[in-house]
Design a protein around this ligand. Sequence first.
Ligand code: CA
Ligand code: CA
Length: 184
Amino acid sequence: MKRLATLALGALLTVNAFALFGETEPNDTRATADMVLYGNSAPWADVGVISLTANDSDFFKIRLNAGDYLTAITFPISTLYNVPDTVMALFDATGTTAIVWNDDAGSGFGSAIRWQATATGDYYIAITGYHGGVQSSLSYYEGATHGEAGDYILTVSVVPEPASMVALGTGLVSLLALRRRKKN
Ligand SMILES: [Ca+2]
Ligand SMILES: [Ca+2]
């Protein structure tokens, strides 16, 4: 019985393993967004070392279910905390105004966003270098002109709302109980 539970939990953890990712340029617009994170099933958390060059923007397409908690963080590493100075936003599939956006989180120049999805759908994480303009506008990221160059670590995690996690746990426990009854 214990072994079955371990196997079931192991399978869950394997499906949702932590993964290292990279980017494929060009990914400078919503239409050309990198698909490397698309198709993950929550809960998941992936981390990538991403390169920002002058005038570069990096878009990553993700899928969220209503209720999912998204967290995305950029950590500048060319000069720890500070270079490149990133700005990050989250867009839905059609809107030109960001759902959430951030320039500097904490005392450095990295960026952080957190959002609970209000609807199931495709979403886009957009990252560019700091420059003047309206940071909530899609045009701040598509066709950006900036001089920020360097590597940053991008960490993205998606966690279902606690109710879904409880349902998942309850389902697993019921499955195990059913197996036990069959055995007896
Ligand atoms: Ca890039
Ligand atoms: Ca890019």
